[in-house]
Design a protein around this ligand. Structure first.
Ligand code: ADE
Ligand code: ZN
Length: 326
């Protein structure tokens, strides 16, 4: 329809994208070959067929397995460049990209290898197509806080390339409070702070992310809607929520895209944004996510415009850079 084309053409920012989750089966295969890694799949179709999840953990098991083909700086460069090209085709003008260093250092791939490959691609996207980016280093919450501190130490020489720290992986059983000290250390290094909360975890985890981690932005946040006091607070604080519609569908955070809370979030006055999370695993990039919610939730032209505006407003661009985009 007209509205889908309208959304596709709008300049947008992507604020919730795990670079390892943009690894397409074709590239996974290619890198597996290049690095002589034995894969449990014989074809691209076999890989795609394995992407059926009933919850977050189901997905994470496959996601960590998939990233095992990433070994060299060139692998990280190719991965990042593929995403940036694909995002650009969807008129994503600015991207704030997560990476999971512990998913690599745990397998013996040095922190420096991952971040230098990613950074080279980010620099190239700026020069080649004027796309701006920020890098967000996530801590894996299923691992001890001590490991997150070690990761922050490895990042010490790269702080000029890292905008923020985030918190991802298995949510339930690993509340934000577990990472209060390492987030304080990150804050003292002038890093911005974000965290996944309220994806599968209860509203209490969102409160902890706000009060203990002192986040600047909330990743997902869906379950905040169960608590009206919390919603009022998020509205009042103009907290940005990085919502991921197709991810929520594939991970059974919602049972049907028609029941996705995005429209309700906008009606409540929350600063919601649309994002692709792990596009290769969840069936779509930025514009696929817009298309899904436009069709399912009867979004208006005004809603779509608000979502695009929110994406820049909620970014970590400077006020001047935001004005230039909106
Ligand atoms: N890592 C990659 N994608 C994630 C998600 N949606 N939630 C938690 N951890 C993740
Ligand atoms: Zn995510």
């Amino acid at each position: 329809s007209d509205l889908i084309a309208y959304a596709a053409a709008l300049p947008k920012a992507e604020l919730h994208l795990h670079i390892e989750g943009s690894l397409e089966p074709e590239l996974l295969f290619k890198l597996g070959k290049r690095n002589n890694i034995d894969l449990p799949f014989k074809s691209v179709d076999e890989i795609r067929a394995a992407y059926e999840f009933s919850n977050l953990q189901d997905f994470l098991d496959i996601y960590y397995q998939g990233m095992s083909v990433l070994r060299t700086e060139e692998d990280f460069f190719d991965l990042t460049m593929a995403y940036l090209n694909r995002a650009r085709a969807d008129n994503v003008r600015h991207a704030e990209i997560f990476f999971d260093p512990q998913g690599h250092t745990e397998r013996g791939v040095p922190f420096d290898v991952a971040i230098s490959g990613i950074s080279t691609a980010l620099d190239m996207a700026k020069v080649q197509f004027g796309m701006t980016t920020k890098l967000i280093m996530c801590f894996l919450r299923h691992l001890p806080e001590e490991d997150a501190f070690e990761t922050l130490k490895q990042a010490e020489n790269w702080l000029d390339r890292i905008e923020a720290v985030g918190l991802d992986s298995s949510e339930v059983g690993h509340p934000p409070s577990k990472f209060e000290r390492v987030f304080k250390a990150a804050r003292e290094r002038d890093l911005k702070l974000v965290a996944h909360a309220g994806e599968e975890g209860p509203p209490e985890y969102v409160y902890e992310a706000l009060d203990l981690l002192r986040i600047d932005r909330l990743d997902h946040g869906n379950r905040s809607l169960e608590d009206t006091v919390l919603v009022e607070r998020l509205v009042k604080e103009e907290m940005t929520l990085t919502v991921c519609p197709l991810s929520n569908l594939k991970l059974c955070v919602v049972n049907d895209i028609k029941n996705h809370p995005l429209k309700r979030m906008l009606e409540l006055g929350l600063r919601a944004t649309v994002n692709s999370d792990d596009p290769s695993y969840f069936g779509g990039y930025m514009n696929d996510n817009f298309k899904a919610v436009i069709e399912a939730l009867d979004l208006t032209r005004e809603d779509i415009k608000t979502l695009a505006k929110n994406s820049f407003a909620g970014s970590f661009l400077s006020d001047g850079e935001k004005r230039a985009q909106i």
